[in-house]
Design a protein around this ligand. Structure first.
Ligand code: H53
Length: 827
């Protein structure tokens, strides 16, 4: 029910909200409106929103159960959902009713929103993608449940002290979470360690698992409301707790140590999110986390299937269940399903194998070898003895099947095998046991098929597909950019919010001077909003009249924040040499967290700060350039930054960024992109034509060829490009403010000489430097032509519809899951 279009309802709903908020304050906090704190006000308002969603939630469950439709379980170790209050109000289409009601109460929604603790249950792209997918699944009304971990501490909060990153704990649950509902009926036991005995005494194999540690998995469900939809789905996050009952029995049997270990294990498992992005460390606790939530989820899936379909054999599980694993982190779900089917449900090996393969599909998100998960075999065996046996058996059968296809090709079979060299390779497990595998952009899928997973593509030609990522229009435009949302809606009507292809109707408006003027005004307002935010939070003044140039993403060498920083030094030098140099006034925004153990990434943060200080301490240069590092990049900061951006930096080494998703958010919000032909940038350029995006640098094929054939010699560029040499020398010649005697010699060394057997500059920063600087020249040339810039900005927004996660989810559904929407009776 779209209340915006329905005035009588609006009035009634407004009155209802007012009385509900006052009632909640009184009953839950014993406060009047005047006495309530901002946090109490936030909670009271959130509870009224929750009540409305709960109605939909109950109705959705009822309809789903009645209609007996196939259901998707989307397993992800990260769901970076961000704050829920305003997003939920928007998705309920009650923004106008809440605006009016809160205005009458004298409450500022934007202000109380600040009291909502932000769930940062993810590192970056992968976790945020999972959150966008939940929004789209609910909006499309598809039967689905998201399954993950309820971390007590989310991603660390980043502080910058003297130019260096310092990590602080993110205790987001301290003040409770209004949106979650614990579901004690669905608690599951998860077992770790112990011994396995095979018992044939009854004539049939019976597996006995003894001496294990038990952890209880308690599900907390968060309702996810679709936009303008009666469907609300569940995001189920599992929390670990100690098994009190069992504890006592262990104590009474004198097994104190084990009881204490169990309590400790339970306390640590869902304690904290690992802060690694695109990188894996073989830590035991991480493996425990993975098994903990996948085992609980699979147990629940089987239990729910048996309850809903008591007369259907488990050999038909895949007719009612699709299981999607977001990267390999949840891949233990595969042997876990086999375990339950074999050991508990008595299926034959062949049946269990078939059903499992029919249920599972896997998304790969990276080609970076350090991110491909591999577990030490011994750790795997000791922690998960039965899962190890089953994985071993899967491997044996898989290798046997491969032998039939590639007789005597030991090299290939060893490469494709799941267990080898004392390691368990999770990608190989997921590839072997999924019926579909997808990459996250077309370029990425091509690289998977032709390179990383070429052997699998040859073995099963239709298995590996490309489905380009997307972002939800609701959070990344309607919520983050209300000014642009209103302008678009006035121009083309409101349907684009659910059907983003309609954004193309904006194309003719790129030539409409009045529309462009308003588009520019919206951008100016968003720039002012960001400037005020920075002034209030950081006490830094920025010039809203300067070009806002943004690079906001995790800090990683392949993302090349270093290239951006070196280019600023290059501009600095030009201004020093000639204060009248033709350089447009710019503010360079950086926002990036580095994994705490990633030394070089932290050095790059330190460098960016040194460049910032250098620039701001020079009276000539600071008239033209400013560098701002926004600490603690998170969803709510992105919501303020992205709408204000004019230039989006997507400058990864070609072939390394699987897709990128911030590129899509910036484009949607009318920023122009400077980028390499990497990830989804390639499709952005194809969609709107190369003239509306600043493309530069080596292509993926070239990079691959140069690296593979050792054709790249960074040192030669240093010798031949004077400007580049001068910039690089600044890292070590004392030009940069650094209280470190080493200054930035690690970065300098890594670019020019390499280290630890690595080649120099493996991400081709120096090679792409000159083309990047040239592209930046072109950026400022176009920026000076305000009309031309705006025309291109409008065309960016107009072509962003393809990158809606609604389109992505529809593609997953058509090509992988085959779900039917839940039919809801509309009031
Ligand atoms: O996943 C994003 C991609 C992006 C890729 C990212 C990602 C992570 O955030 C973490 C681990 C990983 O292997 C990949 O780097 O290119 O857009 C969503 O698909």
């Amino acid at each position: 029910m779209d209340i915006k279009r329905n005035q009588p309802d609006l009035q009634a709903r407004k009155e209802q909200i007012i009385s509900e908020v006052i009632g909640k304050l009184r009953r839950h906090f014993g406060r009047t409106l005047e006495e309530a704190t901002p946090s109490q006000l936030y909670k009271a308002v959130a509870m009224t929103v929750r009540d409305a969603i709960m109605e939909k939630w109950t109705a959705t469950r009822k309809a789903r159960v009645q209609q007996q439709k196939k259901r998707l379980y989307y397993l992800s170790v990260e769901f970076l959902i961000g704050r829920s209050l305003v997003n939920n109000i928007i998705n309920l289409c009650q923004d106008e009713a809440y605006r009016q009601a809160l205005e009458e109460l004298g409450v500022d929604l934007a202000e109380i929103e600040q009291s909502e603790p932000e769930p940062s249950l993810g590192n970056g792209g992968l976790g945020r993608l999972a959150a966008c997918f939940m929004d789209s699944l609910a909006t499309l009304g598809l039967p689905a449940m998201g399954c993950g971990i309820r971390y007590e501490y989310g991603l660390f909060r980043q502080k910058i002290v003297d130019g260096s990153q310092v990590e602080m704990p993110d205790n987001w649950l301290d003040d409770g979470n209004v949106w979650e509902v614990p579901n004690l009926d669905d608690q599951m036991e998860v077992h770790f360690g112990g011994q396995i005995e095979e018992d044939w005494s009854s004539g049939q194999l019976h597996i006995r698992h003894t001496g294990y540690h038990t952890v209880i998995a308690v599900p907390y469900d968060i309702p996810i409301s679709g936009y303008d939809s009666d469907v609300a789905l569940s995001l189920r996050l599992w929390s670990a707790r100690a098994p009190q009952q069992l504890d006592m029995s262990l104590f009474s049997r004198g097994e104190y140590a084990r009881a204490a270990e169990e309590a400790e294990l339970a306390q640590t498992i869902s304690k904290v999110l690992y802060p690694e992005d695109n990188h894996q460390e073989g830590k035991m606790l991480r493996l425990q986390q993975h098994y903990f939530f996948t085992s609980a989820t699979i147990q629940y899936i089987v239990k729910d299937f048996k309850k809903r379909y008591p007369h259907m054999p488990l050999t038909r599980l895949h007719e009612k269940v699709a299981i999607h694993i977001n990267d390999t982190h949840p891949a233990l779900a595969i042997p876990e399903l086999m375990r339950i089917l074999l050991d508990q449900e008595g299926l034959s090996w062949e049946d269990a194998w078939q059903v499992t393969r029919n249920c599972f599909a896997y998304t790969n998100h990276t080609v970076m070898s350090e991110a491909l998960e591999r577990w030490p075999l011994q750790m795997f065996r000791e922690l998960l003895p039965r899962i190890h046996m089953i994985t071993n058996a899967i491997n044996e059968q898989y290798c046997h099947d491969l032998w039939e296809i590639y007789p005597n090709d030991f090299g290939k079979i060893s490469y494709m095998s799941i267990i080898a060299y004392d390691q368990v390779r999770m990608a190989n497990l997921a590839l072997a046991m999924s019926h579909k595998v997808n990459g996250v952009s077309q370029l990425h899928a091509d690289i998977l098929r032709k390179d990383l997973f070429a052997d699998w593509a040859r073995t099963e030609p239709d298995k590996i597909i490309g489905i380009t990522n997307g972002v939800t229009i609701r959070r990344w435009c309607v919520k983050a950019n209300p000014g642009l949302t209103d302008l678009i809606t006035e121009a083309i009507g409101p349907d684009w919010i659910k059907d983003a292809d309609q954004l193309q109707k904006l194309i003719p408006f790129a030539a409409d001077a009045a529309f462009c003027e308003r588009f520019r005004r919206v951008k100016a307002e968003n720039k002012a909003r960001l400037s005020n935010y920075i002034a209030s939070k950081m006490d830094i003044k920025v010039d809203p009249g300067s070009l806002f140039d943004c690079q906001a993403k995790r800090l990683h060498e392949y993302k090349r924040q270093l290239l951006n920083a070196l280019h600023i030094l290059y501009l600095y030098r030009r201004l020093k040499e000639d204060p009248a140099a033709n350089i447009e006034k710019r503010t360079f925004f950086f926002a990036a967290k580095a994994s705490p153990g990633y030394y070089r990434a932290k050095e790059i943060i330190r460098l960016i700060h040194a460049v910032k200080v250098l620039v701001e301490s020079d009276p000539v240069v600071r008239e033209k350039l400013q560098v701002v590092f926004l600490p603690n990049y998170c969803v709510s900061l992105a919501e303020v930054l992205i709408p204000a951006a004019e230039l989006s930096e997507q400058i990864s080494t070609a072939g390394k960024e699987a897709s990128g998703t911030s590129n899509m958010k910036f484009m949607l919000n009318g920023a122009l992109t400077i980028g390499t032909l990497d990830g989804a940038n390639v499709e952005m350029a194809q969609l709107m034509g190369g003239e509306n995006i600043f493309i530069f640098g080596r292509k993926a094929q070239e990079v691959e060829n140069m690296l593979r054939n050792k054709l790249y010699h960074a040192g030669e560029l240093y010798e031949t490009n004077r400007a580049l040499k001068n910039v690089l020398d600044m890292l070590v010649d004392g030009s940069l403010p650094a209280d470190h005697p080493r200054q930035f010699s690690d970065l300098y060394q890594s670019l020019l000489f390499g280290d630890g057997g690595n080649i120099a500059d493996p991400y081709l920063v120096l090679d792409d430097f000159a083309p990047y600087a040239e592209a930046q020249e072109e950026v400022q040339r176009v920026y000076r032509d305000t009309q031309e810039w705006t025309r291109r900005a409008v065309l960016n927004t107009a072509h962003a519809g393809f990158f809606s996660s609604d389109r992505t989810i529809q593609e997953y559904n058509e090509r992988i899951w085959h779900l039917e929407p839940i039919q809801m009776e509309r009031e």
